[in-house]
Design a protein around this ligand. Structure first.
Ligand SMILES: Nc1nc2c(ncn2[C@@H]2O[C@H](COP(=O)(O)OP(=O)(O)OP(=O)(O)O)[C@@H](O)[C@H]2O)c(=O)[nH]1
Ligand SMILES: C[S@@+](CC[C@H](N)C(=O)[O-])C[C@H]1O[C@@H](n2cnc3c(N)ncnc32)[C@H](O)[C@@H]1O
Ligand code: SF4
Ligand code: SF4
Length: 306
């Protein structure tokens, strides 16, 4: 049984932001739409939240942030989630600490990772992240593939004038390393700094080219109707959330902030549901009620008449 929201969208997936902290500083970062906070829920809290989510029909857990791998208890967190039992446990990471963690995370029950990696050029990498970790990320990606995390997806935010000309090099890099390329449209949120418009890239032209080259195109129904292009032995997925009513109409996610608030939508912070008291009192019934409240507050951010 899946609980549906008021727009008949089932709740299938929970995205937990484990921290607002990060060890790099990407200039475009929306931090998963989260207002930074210093509080971080414990590994036990994460497990309790996931138990209630599983009871309500959630099948997939995604850990994100900030940078989730800077949590020193990240392996314990994944073990706890794995004990509850889900079809799919994944992490979105910048990959800088992945070489150290791929094996332990796989052993703890992690299924897969998405690694944010926008460029193969060291200068461009430094321009985007303000750090020199490009080689570390490459090693991290290889270690994830070697550890058997599958699929390993490479998240490339397409930035006009910065990396848009690198798409095919990234596609080759992914093919050579057994990863899937995920092209992401730059999203402007309240969290993003000003002046981002000049980096926004028209994804239509990219998708037209992918369509011409693809041997097969598939649509991910319960994943916001995203398109997947199969080209030779490679695979490219395109994520286009901006002003995309179909994307929101097929949204099946609820989020959790680092300080334990349920967040019905990436792009809103005015309808959060605080679970602090329920977590402190270990009150599963109350936590369940709060989940239902948050599900009731879910609504498509971009919609036909708005
Ligand atoms: N508007 C919007 N954008 C999202 C949402 N979830 C993810 N995104 C965007 O999608 C990009 C990739 O997110 P990931 O955390 O790698 O996960 P994913 O691609 O959604 O998940 P999988 O394809 O299952 O691996 C991010 O850059 C976000 O900007 C969402 O719920 N709403
Ligand atoms: C906020 S990060 C958190 C997890 C981790 N630190 C990482 O970078 O993968 C999650 C994803 O959001 C993407 N992202 C961040 N800001 C974005 C923006 N303005 N538009 C589109 N995607 C963005 C990142 O590239 C990354 O793939
Ligand atoms: S690594 Fe992730 S959280 Fe950190 S700044 Fe980059 S996109 Fe944001
Ligand atoms: S409703 Fe739209 S913007 Fe909000 S989380 Fe879902 S897909 Fe993202």
């Amino acid at each position: 049984m899946h609980i549906q929201d008021n727009y008949r969208r089932p709740l299938l997936s929970l995205r937990i932001s484990l921290t607002s902290r990060c060890n790099v500083n990407c200039f475009y970062c929306h931090r998963d739409g989260i207002v930074p906070s210093s509080g971080e829920i414990s590994a036990d809290d994460v497990k309790n939240i996931c138990s209630v989510a599983a009871d309500l029909g959630v099948k997939k857990i995604r850990l994100s942030g900030g940078e989730p791998l800077i949590r020193s208890d990240i392996v314990e967190i994944v073990e706890g989630i794995n004990d509850v039992g889900f079809r799919d446990i994944s992490i979105t990471t910048n990959g800088t600490l992945l070489e150290e963690y791929s094996g332990p995370l796989k052993d703890a029950g992690l299924d897969r990772v998405n690694v944010s990696f926008d460029t193969l050029n060291p200068e461009t990498y430094r321009f985007i992240t303000k750090r020199d970790y490009l080689e570390r990320v490459k090693s991290g990606i290889k270690s994830a593939v070697d550890a058997g995390l599958y699929p390993v997806k490479i998240n490339m935010v397409v930035l006009r004038g910065v990396n848009h000309h690198e798409i095919w090099d990234m596609f080759d890099f992914c093919r050579e390393n057994g990863a899937v390329l995920q092209l992401i449209e730059l999203l402007k949120t309240d969290n993003c700094p000003d002046g981002m418009d000049r980096y926004h890239c028209d994804m239509n032209r990219i998708e037209e080219k992918l369509s011409r080259m693809a041997d097969e195109i598939r649509t991910r129904k319960f994943m916001q109707d995203r398109k997947k292009y199969y080209i030779g032995d490679g695979e490219v997925e395109v994520v286009r959330p901006m002003d995309n009513t179909r994307f929101c109409a097929n949204c099946t996610r609820l989020r959790v902030t680092p300080d334990g608030k349920l967040k019905p939508c990436l792009l809103r912070n005015d309808n959060l549901v605080d679970t602090g008291e329920a977590l402190r009192n270990n009150d599963t019934e109350m936590l369940r009620r709060l989940f239902l409240e948050a599900i009731g507050r879910r609504s498509p951010y971009y919609h036909q008449d708005g």
